[in-house]
Every structure is written in C-alpha cells, then in structure tokens.
Design a protein around this ligand. Structure first.
Ligand code: ZN
Ligand code: ZN
Length: 550
C-alpha cells in the first residue's frame, strides 16, 4: 500500500475564505484524507497560508500596517475557520516561515542552468519610494477609454487588461509621484527545453492518477501552444529573497514560491521525516486538490520547477480540480456583501457537519454549481434527516423498546441474506468510489443505502410482525441495526461528529473501515436508545439568511 500525500491549494491570506473556496480545496481534500486514514493508508495532509505577493503588500499599504501584520491577522482567521469546519490537517503552516525561505532558495539553487535565463525589461520606478512598481501600484489614464481612474493592471471602467507602461500620465499609488521608466533584470524559467520530459511525465500521471477532466483538458491544450519563458522574480520586498548576484533587491514571484510551500511546510513541522514523503516517489502517491484556476500551476509550472532540479521528488499522481461554486447564481463577493464566508458560517448556529454534508452534495465536479438557501434546507431535511437520521431513530428506538437493545446474529438467515448481500455490494461500491476520489457520488451512494434500509423496514413491517412473529421482527431490526452501524462508519469522512454520535450508540469510539459488512459482531453489545441526531431546519430560518446574505 503506497503512502498517501495529500495537499490542498494554499489559500491567500488577505481575505476570509467563502464556502466556494472551502469546497474547492480544503474540505474536499479533508474528505479524502479522512477516508485514507480510515482505510489504513499511511496519510499526510498538508496545507497552509500563501502569504507573499503584491495583493498582500497592497492591502497592507492601504491599511497602513506591515504585510506581516496583515498575514498574522488572516492566518489566525483562516485557522479558526478550518477548525470550525473540522479540517483534519496533519500539517498547517505558512509561507512566511523561515524554513520556507530556506527550501525555496535551495530548490532554486538546484535548478540546472540550462532551464534558467536572465532578461532585461523596462518597468516603472518610483524615485520617491525607491522601488520598482508592480502594475497594481500604478494609477493613471486608460489608453483605451481615457478614464482617469485606470490601474496599471486593469481599467475598471472599460474592463481591459493593461500593463503599467501603457498607462498615460502614470502615478505611484502610494505617494502620487510620477514614476520613471528604468531597465530591470529578471530571471525566467525556460519551459521549452523541458517540453518533452514534461509531456511524457504528464501523460503518464494523467493515465495512472486519473486526473479530473478539466485538469486533463486545460493541461493538454496549454502544452500544445508556445511554451514561453516565465519570469520567476519580481521587484518587490514582501517575498522570498533571490540568492543570485545582482538580484539582492528582488524576491521570487509568488507562483514560483507558493507550491514549494507544500514541501517547506512538511519540512518545518516534520524536520526528520519530510523526505519520506517528498523524496520517495516509488512508495508515495501525491494527491493535490484545488479549484480550476489553479490547475496549470500544479500540472505544468510546479512540476517544471522540480524537473529542472534533476533530483528525485515525489511528483503529482492525482490532480483533483473542481469547477466553481457560486452564491445564488452570482459570484461570492465580500465587498458587495454577497454570499456566506467562513466567519459568517461559524455564527449561524448550523453544525459543521451539516455544512459539510451540503457542500459535498453540491460539489461542483463537472460544471459550476450554486449555493441556495432553500436547496440547503431541502437537502438537509429531505435527504439527510428523512433518510439517514430517521432510519437511525426509528430502528434503534424499536430495538430498544422491544428487545432492550439486544441484536441477533442474522448473517446467514434466509429472511436477511439477500439484504445483507445487497448492503455489502453497495459498501464495496462506496469504497471504490472513494478510492478514486468520486466524493459526491460516494456520498449519494451512502444516502441511497439509507433509503434502501428504510424501504426494507417498510416492506417487512416489524411493528406488525412483532405481534404474531416476534423472532422475525427481531431479525429485521437486527440486520438494520448492523446497517446503521455501517452507515455511521461510511459517513466518518464526511460528517465526523455525526459518525461519532452514531458510533456512541454502539459504544464504538473509532470508526473502522475494516469492520464494514460484518453482521456478526454486535451480539454482546447493548445498543443504546438513540437521541435525535439533528432537528429539521425551519423555513423561516433560511429565509432570514437568504435576505441577510443576498
Ligand atoms: Zn511612490
Ligand atoms: Zn479603460
């Protein structure tokens, strides 16, 4: 069994993550990591915050604080939100960690010179701030629509993308001084000499690791175009310094340093064992989770950095990329106060497991999807509570009332044999779906198992049978009790607290995937009288939230 190394795209720390961010990376990776641990794989789930880059620097300037202060604030917020959602990281770190600097610099120094080159370009320089200006630190007149409020990267008025040099009458956004054009040097990674090695590696990884369709499509179409040299350095202060002569005032471009964060965060938290994960490709499978906007960084650019070192690295095995989750058909937007963000979700009194259930049930796997409050209510009440929670309550209450929580061995009983075979068949299917990271379909199959069990209860009417054939009624509720115990185990990756609650009725503290399908081992257990798992969500409640977040 190969070790499972799992990563979630590192979130930027200049904002609160919204529900779409959560399902796109950290939550999806968490479901898979929890499954791998339950299944007995040696597992490591790594994530952390991506702290460098112009966006953070700009936000810090606007707020009049240092970039470090901004990052400290948002790191704490992200950590709190992920704790609330029960994200089970094995390592959660930060790219501002000194170990990150050390690892990025050492990987850069390992890159073979034939894959790097230096180029001179022109860029705007502010004499008063004594710095080159990133495009978003420039303001001026748009060359297309003549709006006087264009930024160096984009004009909000006509929507065109710009470069700082195109802007008419440019100004430094920090001090309003007119910048001058100066030459600057940057380092570039040369992708073209690596093309053959990259394509060969990608094709093999796509085949063995079964990447999602969008990952495969984006990557293959990009590789068919020109592979232009990509700059890996920038004239900024907030970043990893470049250990190269003449580059003392520059830092690495954030696309270059951020993915190395997976390695550096592991090394920072496991200094003695990090190599067993990152330098053991024979025995390790790397699973990376992200939204579609991050695909090329993981399928082309990060692999090219590692290939350029000609060293042995654990490379991507399975790329899992989602489409986008929107909010009631529009984009989430903090500035427009639209959508539920992580810090809002913690305050609404909805348990984390119900958020997790809903987000997985609408996970945008093949196309963009939308969060709707009414859909939230209907899926929680109609799917989860009516099917699974109701089954738990009616069967275990019946068992308690008539048989004092005692179950019979029913595995080979003719009354139950077909049902037992069906349950085992469905469980094998769920395991198979989870193995290949079909997270939404596996959850649907678990709920369908709950529906099948309810149907079995209805068909055999134990509440009638108990009067004339007590033994048959006892067998029916016994086989259903085993099924409920199994559903509790199957839900553990998705709804860890709910799984624990169900396990507690059986005096089991840890779900164990190996006990699935065992219809013999509860004979000496007194099954407890159940408590209601969750009350239904009221229509007025979601109507209020719909207004509040719309
Ligand atoms: Zn300036
Ligand atoms: Zn314009």
């Amino acid at each position: 069994m190969k070790k499972k190394l799992i990563t979630s795209a590192l979130p930027y720390v200049n904002n609160s993550p919204h529900l779409g961010n959560l399902i796109g990376c950290v939550l999806s990776a968490d479901i898979y990591a929890r499954f791998c641990r339950l299944r007995g794989y040696e597992t490591l789930y790594v994530c952390g915050t991506d702290e460098y880059g112009t966006a953070t620097e700009k936000k810090a300037r606007e707020a009049g604080v240092s970039p470090k202060e901004i990052c400290d604030k948002y790191f704490a917020l992200h950590k709190k939100i992920y704790d609330f959602f029960e994200i089970s990281f094995d390592a959660f770190g930060r790219t501002s960690d000194p170990v990150h600097t050390e690892v990025v610099q050492s990987i850069f120094q390992q890159m073979k010179p034939e894959y790097l080159c230096e180029k001179t370009t022109e860029q705007l320089y502010c004499i008063s701030c004594e710095t080159f200006l990133a495009d978003r630190f420039i303001s001026g007149i748009c060359p297309h629509c003549k709006s006087t409020e264009a930024r160096g990267d984009q004009c909000d008025s006509c929507g065109k993308l710009l470069s700082g040099l195109e802007v008419i009458d440019p100004r430094c956004t920090t001090c309003q001084t007119k910048p001058e054009v100066r030459e600057t040097q940057h380092l570039y990674v040369r992708l073209d000499p690596m093309r053959e090695a990259l394509v060969q590696w990608q094709n093999e990884s796509i085949r063995k690791g079964q990447w999602t369709d969008n990952a495969k499509g984006f990557t293959q179409s990009w590789m068919q175009g020109d592979l232009q040299d990509r700059p890996i350095t920038r004239d900024l202060q907030w970043g990893v310094p470049v250990p190269y002569k003449g580059f003392e005032n520059k830092v690495f471009y954030v696309w270059f340093d951020a993915p190395i964060g997976y390695i550096s965060i592991t090394k920072s938290q496991f200094p003695d064992t990090w190599e067993k994960w990152w330098k053991d490709p024979e025995n390790t499978e790397l699973y990376q989770f992200m939204a579609k906007d991050n695909i090329l960084f993981h399928s082309v650019l990060f692999p090219s950095t590692l290939l350029a070192t000609e060293d042995t690295w654990t490379q991507l095995h399975h790329l899992n990329s989602t489409e986008y989750l929107n909010y009631e058909d529009k984009k989430f937007s903090k500035s427009n106060n639209r959508g539920v963000f992580g810090d809002d979700a913690m305050e609404l009194g909805i348990p984390a497991d119900l958020w997790r259930y809903y987000l997985l049930s609408v996970r945008p796997e093949k196309q963009d999807a939308s969060f709707y409050w009414e859909d939230f209510r209907q899926r929680i009440n109609g799917e989860f509570i009516d099917t699974v929670a109701n089954l738990v309550n009616r069967v275990l209450s019946f068992l308690d009332k008539h048989f004092e929580g005692h179950v019979l061995s029913v595995e080979t009983d003719p009354l139950c044999a077909d049902f037992v075979a069906d349950v085992r068949h469905r469980e094998a299917r769920i395991t198979e779906l989870l193995e290949r990271v079909s997270l939404k379909e596996a959850l649907q199959t678990i709920v369908a198992l709950g529906a099948r069990a309810n149907q079995f209860f209805q068909e055999h009417e134990p509440w009638k049978k108990i009067k004339e054939d007590r033994d048959s009624a006892h067998k029916i509720v016994s086989v259903l009790t085993y099924t409920i115990r199994d559903i509790g185990i199957l839900l553990a990756p998705y709804m860890p607290e709910t799984s624990k609650k169900i396990g507690a009725f059986f005096h089991e503290t840890n779900a164990d995937w190996k006990t699935l399908g065992d219809f013999n081992n509860l004979e000496n257990t007194k099954v407890e009288k159940p408590e209601i798992l969750y009350p239904k969500i009221e229509k007025e409640t979601v109507d209020t939230f719909h207004v509040r977040f719309g």
